[in-house]
Design a protein around this ligand. Structure first.
Ligand SMILES: [Zn+2]
Ligand SMILES: [Zn+2]
Ligand SMILES: [Zn+2]
Length: 80
């Protein structure tokens, strides 16, 4: 038996490269949107202890998780 995180392998974001099980995902805040935002929680992206954003909802650039403005962006977010 293994822990059932459902996530294995390495993050698909080339700037991250950490294991998927070191990430957390957050449902997009936009009503009825079921896409997920993916956050690397290793704190290993330039600023110690800071999380980093690896993937976003492609449809709603403002639908990120709380504290999103303070997260290191590993992806292009558009007009932010
Ligand atoms: Zn990472
Ligand atoms: Zn990642
Ligand atoms: Zn969305």
């Amino acid at each position: 038996m293994t822990a059932s995180s459902g996530q294995s392998g390495v993050c698909s974001n080339a700037k991250c490269g950490h294991w998927n099980n070191e990430h957390n995902s957050y449902k997009c805040k936009e009503t009825n949107c079921r896409k997920r935002w993916k956050v690397c929680q290793t704190g290993d992206h330039g600023v110690s202890g800071k999380y980093a954003l690896c993937a976003k909802c492609p449809d709603h650039p403002a639908g990120g998780p709380d504290g999103f403005d303070d997260i290191i962006k590993l992806i292009f977010i558009g007009a932010l």
